[in-house]
Design a protein around this ligand. Structure first.
Ligand SMILES: [Fe+2]
Length: 252
């Protein structure tokens, strides 16, 4: 499996506190069947992002773990105006493995009116925005039709593996399942922050998806799609199928 979203690189954000924890997390990931792990420190007001420092630290950690797991560079880009302009001017500093897929994280305060235009601007310069864990955002999870519109315009969606087991509450769990039912999900990633409460482990979520939606769908979400994103290849998209339900249309 390929894990596109993790905070394993030590000393950059609220993820792994030190190298020992980072190495332990790499071992846990490998033991759970992950072959490739993308290191995606936050880029936000709280955590400034320096792609050269990230790359140096990635190489150091890769040397420390040897052939246990392949480590790649990425970023968890907070959607602030400053970050949006920075990504538009030099995307490869922020994208997954320097190609064209970009993890984007919403702030609770972001005005949704401007978001579609931001995504259009990203698409116009070849960036594919990957919306991270919308099931955990109380605004985003209420409106699957809005997510579907963004997907039809070229955005992709990543949910968090632990959302499926209820780690982020019932609402996030239910929303993740609805999104999978609606063909709105393209990646499942760990968004790991530490070895204990938020480990880089995907196998349990893989088995849950395989049991409920079939092996082919699990392979698509945990292996095929993330592998394509890792190397900048196109992804085959199933059309979203959001049912017109009263509770969703009310918020539309
Ligand atoms: Fe994250």
């Amino acid at each position: 499996m390929i894990d596109l979203h993790s905070h394993v690189l030590p000393g950059f954000d609220d993820g792994a506190p030190d190298e020992a924890a980072a190495i332990a997390m790499c071992r846990m990931a490998a033991e759970s069947g992950t072959t490739d792990l993308v290191l995606t420190p936050h880029c936000s007001n709280r955590y400034p992002f320096d792609s050269e420092r990230v790359e140096e630290a990635r190489q150091e950690l890769q040397t420390a773990v040897g052939t246990l797991i392949h480590l790649h560079r990425g970023c968890d880009l907070h959607l602030s105006m400053q970050n949006i302009e920075a990504a538009l001017s030099d995307a490869s500093r922020f994208t997954i493995n320097g190609h064209n897929y970009l993890l984007v994280e919403f702030s609770d305060e972001l005005l949704f009116q401007g978001t579609s235009e931001v995504f259009e601007r990203f698409r116009s310069v070849g960036i594919v925005p990957v919306i991270t864990h919308p099931e955990r955002n109380r605004h985003l999870r209420r409106n699957l039709r809005r997510l579907a519109r963004w997907v039809r315009r070229g955005c992709l969606i990543q949910i968090t593996a632990q959302s499926l087991s209820g780690r982020f509450g019932e609402s996030a769990q239910e929303a993740a399942i609805l999104m999978l039912d609606a063909h709105l999900v393209h990646f499942v990633a760990s968004d790991a922050h530490n070895p204990d409460g938020r480990p880089p482990v995907l196998m349990k979520a893989y088995e849950f998806v395989a049991d409920r939606w079939g092996d082919a769908e699990a392979d698509r979400l945990f292996i095929d799609n993330p592998w394509a994103a890792l190397w900048g290849d196109p992804i085959d998209l199933a059309a979203p199928r959001v049912k017109r339900r009263r509770s969703w249309t009310f918020f539309g």
